[in-house]
Write a protein that binds this ligand. Structure first.
Ligand code: GLC
Length: 443
């Protein structure tokens, strides 16, 4: 079961003081070690992740893909190689974090080294790679994916109504919470703030862990709060930014600033990526966690690793500020064909297969990486998986405009110091507004 249910929430509010704390602490060291060796997730040390997976005897083309969730991508490549013995693929694992992946692929293309045939692109980079002429148009393959892949995923793979990649994996946020410490998942961020601080103080653990390091994960964390407060980055026609309208930008920043100052956020939140948060939560060190679904089998112990919270966690949609609606960012990966590839036909065939082959897409689901093929969700019986389907249907896309990276960097450079109290809120928010305007003008 990819999304096994943890024990349901018990009524009765906060758990009595102290229970289970020692057990959780004793597992912390184990979980820290886990962080270094696990192939799933996003925490491998930079510099140690690049390289081929050596799955093919006689590789004909190379697929550059994230070093997070390695095991899944390896299984997908192995399935391709078994079913296409004369057209074998080799995986090149990029770094586990989004920004480093972009940099490595960009460098390869800019220097015209062209060592990659298929590029696993985060959903935010379609416009940029298309605008630079780095990826082939796949517009003629549109009929193959429309109505087959999730609509939101197809949207992220196109730029100016033209497909430049095909969907592969999607991603949406879960709020992970401790069923032994809180009786129900919070519906609002204020409720999360209060129950998180209270339970954390009673237990001597952290209230909240998530993606707080200065990278794309922080941008996602900030934008989810911004959308939860009713904000939109641009007007509907995408002609101007609406970032500062209605006060959502300030509400989101203020929440993060208070969560840091008042100790809701764990110590070290400001340098955590996905798998750091996952390891702490797994060690029983936090009440709440914002993370992607990949953590479910690790936390439930199904992945074969020890978990201090195996029977004591569940997942819910992220809260909002008024208790209504969904706020997850739409994450995921699309596969594109490099314009420098010598094997473009093969690369196209692989990209199409990865988007539409039911067995390949089922492999993702089995490993808790959200597939993009709609029918996999329709067939799901697991309640967490169905919840994920709903979360994805309402998820907010970060606009895949060519200027997305500069907007992302402006959020990182302006708002990361601001939530830590090292920069003033207002000028930092105004700088993001200017960057959002520039991002549109780069179209
Ligand atoms: C996940 C998402 C991706 C996002 C990244 C941020 O990998 O799939 O879209 O940009 O996390 O850390």
């Amino acid at each position: 079961m990819p999304f096994a249910q943890a024990r349901p929430a018990r009524p009765g509010g906060l758990r009595p003081r102290g229970r289970g704390r020692r057990a959780a602490r004793s597992l912390a060291a184990g979980a820290a070690a886990l962080l270094l060796v696990l192939s799933t997730g996003c925490g491998a040390p930079p510099g140690q992740e690049g390289g081929g997976a050596g799955l093919a005897d006689d590789p004909r083309f190379v697929w550059a893909v994230t070093g997070a969730d390695r095991a899944v991508h390896e299984q997908v490549a192995t399935l391709w190689n078994e079913t296409h013995p004369d057209r074998q693929v080799e995986i090149y694992f990029l770094a586990p974090t989004a920004d480093e992946q972009r940099q490595a692929m960009f460098q390869d293309l800019q220097s015209r080294a062209g060592q990659f045939d298929v590029l696993g692109l985060d959903v935010i980079w379609t416009g940029e790679f298309a605008d630079f002429g780095y990826v082939e148009s796949l517009e003629d393959l549109r009929p193959e994916v429309e109505g087959v892949s999730l609509d939101g995923a197809v949207d992220t793979a196109q730029w100016r109504q033209e497909l430049f990649a095909l969907p592969y994996s999607s991603n949406g946020a879960f709020l992970y919470y401790r069923t032994d410490l809180v009786d129900e998942p919070p519906r609002t961020w204020q409720e999360l703030y209060e129950t998180g601080i209270e339970a954390a103080e009673e237990e001597g653990i952290s209230g909240f862990v998530g993606q707080g390091d200065r990278y794309e994960g922080f941008v996602v964390s900030y934008l989810e709060l911004f959308w939860a407060a009713g904000g939109e980055l641009f007007d509907e026609e995408q002609t101007r930014t609406t970032f500062l309208e209605g006060g959502a930008a300030a509400t989101a920043l203020d929440f993060m600033t208070r969560a840091h100052a008042d100790g809701l956020f764990a110590e070290g939140y400001d340098s955590m990526v996905e798998d750091d948060a996952r390891a702490l939560f797994q060690a029983g060190e936090a009440v709440y966690m914002r993370n992607w679904p990949y953590a479910v089998p690790l936390l439930s112990g199904e992945a074969g690793e020890e978990s201090a919270v195996a029977d004591d966690f569940a997942v819910a949609p992220l809260p909002t500020f008024d208790g209504q609606g969904g706020t997850s960012a739409l994450g995921g990966l699309n596969n594109a064909v490099s314009t420098l590839s010598d094997e473009k036909e093969l690369a196209r065939e692989f990209v199409l297969w990865a988007a539409t082959d039911p067995d390949a897409q089922a492999l993702l689901a089995r490993n808790s990486l959200p597939p993009t093929m709609e029918s996999v969700y329709d067939d799901a019986e697991d309640p967490n998986f169905r919840m994920l389907g709903d979360i994805l249907a309402q998820a907010h896309a970060r606009p895949p405009v060519p200027g997305y990276n500069s907007l992302s960097l402006a959020i990182q450079d302006g708002l990361h110091p601001a939530f830590l109290g090292q920069a003033e809120a207002e000028p930092s928010l105004e700088a993001v507004e200017r960057a959002a305007d520039d991002a549109l003008r780069q179209e």
